[in-house]
Design a binder for this molecule. Structure first.
Ligand SMILES: Nc1ncnc2c1ncn2[C@@H]1O[C@H](COP(=O)(O)OP(=O)(O)OP(=O)(O)O)[C@@H](O)[C@H]1O
Ligand SMILES: [Mg+2]
Length: 310
């Protein structure tokens, strides 16, 4: 299976990777049901969701660890199957798992080229070293030496090496599972910078994260999974922290549901050219613009409750 035939150029921006109706079960457990997901070139998409929501299962399907039971995956406009990790890499999907899978006793160069060594009769250490530096420079990575054992690097530097290694195969999509989970503040900032470099290079980036600050700092879109189903797909610029959390937890009366019913009412009003009427099935919901302070802490009135807040 050689590289895909380029589809006819079109002015519509096609996603580089697209999932439609993807489902996966493990015995009686429905891990994923009817998942839709699009990732475009030069876009960072964050997947968020509670424990057990199906995030890792989704990553594993794309990485060729588990096949999906149903639904289609389209890559560069072609419907594909991803039966093995090798098939995933061959398509141009690079996955950095949370454990990073680095060899601690080997140096940075050896880790970067592990399994893809450059040889001209013998190992071409010099060329590999030069390419390692060039790649790390492009990523503005702060690694003291490429001949240092990976064991002596910080968590952020190790994440950087793992991400750099994923780029050796020149992928078009990079998947990062919890890239900042184990990192301190400065190292997290470094990894977020690195993700921005990936976007600048025109890669599609999928990150799994539990950290909303990271998601809001780096992602263009955030896709929420809940109990194995899509439960929201937002442009990060248009969504608040509270809305994302509501979608994750599935609160039934929250800003998301209120926005949705407001849109439905507005759409019905548009369709009839009238003001909203009986189409509004939301007794008691006077309006959807309930103010939520930017720095809301959840405490309405920390005092004795007798003061009236205006
Ligand atoms: N190999 C497996 N065999 C059986 N059940 C599995 C397997 N992998 C995942 N599951 C189940 O599928 C569901 C989704 O799990 P998944 O690991 O994808 O969730 P997650 O969103 O990654 O959660 P977390 O945030 O805890 O990592 C869970 O109910 C889980 O128990
Ligand atoms: Mg997981």
């Amino acid at each position: 299976m050689e590289s895909a035939v380029a589809p006819a150029a079109s002015s519509v921006r096609e996603p580089v990777l697209s999932l439609k109706g993807v489902s996966k079960g493990f015995g009686a457990v429905r891990a994923l049901t009817d998942i839709d997901l699009d990732i475009h070139a030069g876009e960072v998409v964050a997947i968020v969701g509670d424990n057990g929501a199906g995030k890792s299962t989704l990553v594993k399907i794309l990485a060729g660890v588990h096949p999906q039971d149903s639904g289609t995956i389209t890559f560069d406009g072609q419907v594909v199957s991803i039966p093995t990790p090798t098939a995933s890499r061959a398509l141009g999907i690079a996955t950095v798992f949370q454990d990073l899978a680095l060899c601690d006793n080997l140096d940075v160069v050896s880790n970067l080229f592990l399994g893809r060594e450059i040889t001209h009769g013998t190992l071409d250490e010099e060329e590999m070293e030069q390419r390692a530096w060039s790649l790390l420079r492009q990523l503005s990575a702060k690694i003291p030496s490429v001949r240092i054992a990976v064991a002596s690097l910080s968590g952020g530097q190790r994440q950087t090496v793992a991400i750099a290694r994923s780029l050796i195969g020149e992928p078009s999509v990079v998947i990062l599972d919890e890239p900042t989970a184990a990192l301190g503040v400065a190292q997290t900032a470094e990894v977020l910078n690195l993700i921005e470099r990936l976007r600048e290079r025109g890669l599609g980036v999928l990150i799994i994260s539990h950290n909303m600050a990271d998601v809001q700092a780096v992602a263009d879109r955030v896709v929420v999974l809940r109990l194995g189903r899509n439960n929201g797909d937002f442009h990060v610029a248009d969504v608040s922290y509270e809305e994302i959390i509501s979608a994750i937890t599935g609160a039934t009366d929250n800003v998301v549901t209120r926005r949705a019913s407001a849109h439905a009412v507005a759409a019905a009003a548009d369709a009839h050219g009238t003001a909203p009427d009986v189409a509004a099935p939301a007794p008691g919901r006077a309006d959807v613009t309930e103010p939520v302070p930017d720095n809301a802490t959840g405490a309405d009135n920390p005092d004795d409750g007798s003061k009236e807040i205006r």
